[in-house]
Write a protein that binds this ligand. Structure first.
Ligand code: SF4
Length: 293
């Protein structure tokens, strides 16, 4: 089975009467020659690694070796647990879990790149928030990882998923889009609705530049992951309410590709533009690497 576009994906889901996640599982079974249980178990191992990163991050208030990140996950987790968050339980928990994962990444802990290390906080953020808030079982979260994989597979093959290639729209943008479609499917949305959620999320981050301070995947990356979770929930909510993307998802992905191609090199992970070249950004770089930029 070959699926190369979101349009084809919806057609295959409808023809086979399967979810997006189930189609990914079928494709992976075909391609790898492994049986379904083996593949599901392998995916479950990834989910457990994600959970370990979250659990570690919400307890560990230490700073990263760079000294420019750390401690915010604990801060956010405590704030949310005091009932102070304005964002509602789903989003506020996802924010904490996303921070936890991204800070764990900055401390060189183990994370699961979804689709990249820089954007690794978004998917675990939303998945474990679903689990915490409505008891979505782990077996469904595993299937959610297949849903996210399918969406990411199409995005990667039609556009980019790395900041160096297409800016942060390709990295945090793709992860947010994958998470939005996944939430939608896990909450009972149709494949078309999940693809709409994917498109809505990606449109919202189109043009986002990659400008990591001192070239480290910390500032602004960690907080962009957090914001990605709230966009993912908003996009999923819109799609589940029956709102469609006026621009079809495949065209949104193509637009992301064109925007990435037009993006100057200074805004594609070189740390030569954007926030990386603010006064503070330059001072951080100088302090860390003892040279003027
Ligand atoms: S700013 Fe660049 S390095 Fe940071 S998350 Fe975005 S794409 Fe990745």
């Amino acid at each position: 089975m070959k699926v190369q576009s979101m349009k084809e994906l919806i057609e295959v889901c409808e023809r086979e009467q399967k979810t997006i996640g189930e189609i990914m599982l079928m494709m992976e079974t075909e391609k790898s020659g492994k049986d379904q249980n083996t593949i599901i178990n392998m995916m479950e191992e990834r989910l457990i690694k994600m959970k370990e990163a979250v659990d570690c991050g919400i307890k560990d208030a230490s700073t990263a070796p760079s000294g420019i990140s750390g401690g915010d996950a604990v801060r956010m987790y405590d704030y949310v647990n005091q009932g102070k968050s304005l964002s509602g339980n789903y989003v506020s928990n996802a924010m904490s879990f996303s921070l936890a994962t991204s800070e764990n990444n900055a401390r060189m802990g183990v994370i699961v790149a979804t689709p990249t290390a820089g954007a690794a906080g978004i998917l675990p953020g939303v998945l474990f928030s679903l689990h915490k808030n409505d008891g979505t079982p782990y077996k469904d979260l595993v299937m959610g990882l297949f849903t996210a994989s399918m969406l990411g597979f199409i995005i990667a093959n039609r556009s980019f998923i790395s900041g160096a290639a297409g800016g942060c729209q390709a990295e945090v943008g793709s992860a947010t889009a994958m998470a939005a479609g996944t939430i939608c499917e896990l909450k009972g949305g149709t494949p078309q609705q999940a693809v709409n959620a994917t498109a809505i999320a990606m449109k919202s981050l189109l043009g986002l530049v990659c400008d990591p301070v001192a070239g480290l995947v910390e500032v602004p990356c960690i907080k962009r992951n957090v914001i990605g979770t709230s966009i993912a929930f908003s996009a999923a909510d819109m799609a589940l309410a029956g709102i469609e993307s006026r621009i079809p998802c495949d065209e949104v992905i193509e637009a992301m590709y064109r925007v990435g191609k037009d993006m100057p090199r200074t805004l594609r992970e070189t740390a030569l533009g954007g926030l990386a070249t603010t006064e503070t950004g330059k001072q951080v770089k100088e302090r860390l690497f003892c040279k003027k930029s």
